[in-house]
Ligand binder design. Structure first.
Ligand code: NDP
Ligand code: OXD
Length: 310
């Protein structure tokens, strides 16, 4: 019995080494495309696998995303039929995202951009106001959104959440489409954090109409997927002064091309899809547990509902 790791744009050896520590004896771990016996493969751990590549393994019992997001998986029109899909839910991943969102909100609140620019120009000046009043809204209140919302509420921020099903979290006012439209939610906040999965319903959701539902001077933090954002709409609201700034971790094209206007935009702070990167040490425990479960005929943990898209 064997696991194949297919992560073309990531080094698979740290995960292989960790899996070898956690898997039961006799389970082999192979890194695609070096797969001696494809018939022995019962589980595939994938991140942006080449579409169609899973067809080579006729005895798959589980396809495990090596990330929280699964749109890269669902894009494959040749996914093996009837094989369950699972994703990473991991404390280390959640903590890292929560901290990224916390960092961005604090930077906005404390006017870090103003201080950085003033220091560059050797200007001694207290910005007015010294702390910018934040009303933060988290779009997508799942594992990462809920943890980020609680973290921010714990720091004393006014926090709103929006998801398909309303959530109950201390210190967070949670809404769903049954209680408020997306535009109504956006009208109550001035910092929008996107932590949605990328699905046909959420593609392009960060657009001009949503931005203009927020008050003038608002900010965007997108740590979910580049496909959520209509890039030209963001540039327009920034350049017109409707939006004050944006923290972006994800992009339609990654790596972000050197010619892209986001790189040099004075109101954009960007990071290279590193808000929260799956940690092979901690995630390998979940992968090994899911291997044990499917081999014992049990459902995997954190199963993906392919029809919902997350
Ligand atoms: P979850 O599946 O746990 O949560 C998704 C949330 O989005 C749920 O609250 C869900 O609502 C809500 N949602 C889905 N569709 C809609 C919709 N149409 N309208 C309103 N709400 C909606 O995902 P995670 O929190 O684990 O991860 C979120 C995303 O973060 C991932 O899909 C991935 O794209 C991204 N990510 C980015 C990383 C980075 O480094 N930049 C790292 C890890 C993840 P409900 O609860 O009602 O179902
Ligand atoms: C993920 C990511 O989905 O790193 O886990 O983007």
């Amino acid at each position: 019995m064997a696991i194949v790791i297919i992560t073309p744009d990531r080094d698979a050896s740290p995960l292989r080494d960790q899996l070898n520590r956690h898997l039961p004896a006799g389970a082999a771990v192979w890194i695609y495309p070096e797969v001696p016996n494809p018939e022995d493969v019962t589980m595939a751990v994938v991140w942006k696998h080449p579409p169609g590549s899973l067809k080579a393994f006729p005895h798959l019992k589980l396809v495990q995303s090596f990330g929280a997001g699964v749109e890269h998986l669902l894009l494959d029109p040749e996914l093996p039929e009837g094989v369950p899909l699972a994703r990473i839910v991991d404390d280390a991943l959640t903590l890292s995202m929560r901290n990224y969102v916390g960092m961005a909100v604090l930077a906005i609140h404390k006017r870090l951009d103003v201080y950085l620019e003033n220091q560059r120009r050797k200007v001694w000046e207290q910005p007015q106001p010294v702390e910018w009043p934040v009303r933060v809204g988290i779009l997508g209140m799942g594992e990462l959104g809920a943890a980020s919302a609680q973290f921010l509420a714990g720091m004393g921020f006014e926090v709103w959440g929006y998801s398909r099903q309303r959530k109950t979290l201390p210190g967070v006012t949670s809404l769903s489409p049954q209680e408020a439209s997306l535009a109504e939610f956006a009208g109550r906040i001035n910092v929008l954090v996107c932590l949605l999965p990328l699905t046909p319903q959420t593609e392009g959701i960060l657009n001009d109409s949503l931005f203009r539902s927020m008050p003038k001077g608002s900010y965007l933090i997108n740590a979910a997927r580049g496909g959520h954002l209509v890039e030209a709409d963001l540039l327009r609201v920034l350049d017109e002064g409707w939006f004050e700034g944006a923290f972006l971790d994800v992009f339609r094209e990654e790596p972000l091309p050197a010619s892209h206007p986001f790189w040099e935009h004075p109101k954009i702070f960007l990071t290279p899809h590193s808000a929260s990167v799956t940690n092979p040490d901690s995630a390998s425990k979940l992968v090994a547990e899911n291997y044990r479960r499917v081999m014992a005929g049990l459902p995997p943990l954190h199963r993906v509902e392919a029809e919902k898209g997350y």
